[in-house]
Design a protein around this ligand. Structure first.
Ligand code: 5MM
Length: 341
């Protein structure tokens, strides 16, 4: 029987001081596209080799508590024959698994999506737990613009997130709850704040309704930033204030921690924004669960070459160190290292 205290302890470990979560869970299609763009042939073996570069980075556990993988990687092994979840656990990292099956068009909501993957989820979670998963992830996607997000899309996604989270806790797996309000579009930062607040209110209402214990989840939200093509520029202190204000108004105190996604922000910008948030007195640890903002430089440095594994790992370690330093208030030094790198 799963004890709630165990879930809460795992959730606390995921957001331990100075640590964040590495999101390396790109689906086969996304990962293949990213490899191709980097000039690497998108084969199963290259996807495996790339994830091996990431998870075997020396001292990764100094700034990262856990790594999110996709189903393919979770069932693959490192070149010394260790299944990835075992390789992670052996180096003191929590194995995580993305369990959603992607965002699909939502009926009667043109331009909006709902994330799928609930069918058979109870069985899949028990499978993943047996393979070593300690936490899971489900990402909902919310768009802004032309009357969006609709209440219909917010509710459908919040309901699915809550059903997923309840099933995770039943299986003894900590759910990362990820409602991502996308940066795509020309909307203002105020519009992002409003959509984020409305979405989070819906998500927490559904989580409570579903009986989810909030000290056994990690929330993975977007930062509050202006739309990518809005022309609006927001400095780290502005992003930090808008983000913290939005979270304070919508996220219950019991939530174990908040680990931001990077959402396509340039890597240094995501780090600077994260650093600027650390000065606020909030009831939750505020950390990172970045994908692109951690791994893009590593992929670019590795280039699919066995001779460049160390270069890829150094690039990842650098970004992890910068973000970890940002969390511990060492942001000046982190920023300096960042900008000379
Ligand atoms: C790593 O990318 C994750 C999976 O994406 P797909 O299923 O679409 O391939 C994604 O969920 C990611 O974990 C989050 O969006 C956060 O990543 P970023 O790059 O926004 O920090």
């Amino acid at each position: 029987m799963i004890v709630q205290a165990e879930l809460a302890a795992t959730a606390a470990e995921m957001v331990a001081p100075g640590k964040g979560i590495l999101a390396a869970d790109e689906s086969i299609a996304t990962m293949s596209a990213r490899l191709e763009k980097a000039g690497v042939e998108p084969t199963e073996e290259n996807r495996r080799a790339y994830r091996e570069v990431l998870v075997t980075t020396p001292a990764l556990n100094q700034g990262v508590s856990g790594v999110i993988l996709c189903d393919e990687t979770f069932r693959q092994a490192t070149s010394d024959g260790k299944p990835f979840p075992v390789a992670l656990a052996d180096t003191g990292l929590l194995p995580g698994i993305k369990v959603d099956t992607g965002a699909k068009p939502l009926a009667a909501a043109p331009g909006e999506k709902v994330t799928e993957g609930l069918d058979g989820l109870r069985e899949r979670l028990s499978d993943y737990a047996a393979l070593g998963a300690r936490f899971a992830k489900w990402r909902a996607v919310i768009v802004i613009g032309d009357g969006k997000p609709s209440g219909r899309a917010r509710r459908a996604n919040a309901h699915a997130l809550a059903r997923y989270a309840a099933l995770c806790q039943e299986a003894g797996v900590v759910p990362i709850v990820e409602p991502e309000v996308l940066m795509d579009g020309d909307h203002s930062m105020a519009a992002c704040a409003a959509a984020t607040a409305a979405t989070l209110h819906e998500v927490f209402a559904e989580l409570r309704e579903a009986g989810v214990e909030l000290d056994g989840i990690v929330l993975k939200p977007n930062m509050v930033v202006p739309g990518k093509s809005s022309g609006e520029v927001a400095k780290p202190d502005q992003v930090a204030k808008a983000t913290v204000d939005t979270l304070r108004g919508a996220v219950p105190e019991e939530v174990a921690g908040i680990a931001f996604l990077s959402g396509g922000q340039p890597a240094e910008q995501a780090t600077d924004n994260l650093a600027a948030m650390q000065g606020y007195d909030v009831p939750w640890p505020l950390t990172f669960s970045f994908g692109r903002a951690l791994v893009d430089p590593a992929l670019a440095a590795w280039q699919g070459s066995p001779d460049r594994v160390a270069a890829g790992q150094e690039a990842l370690a650098h970004r992890v160190n910068c973000n970890s330093a940002a969390l511990t208030g060492d942001d000046g030094e982190a920023a300096a290292r960042d900008h000379v790198a």
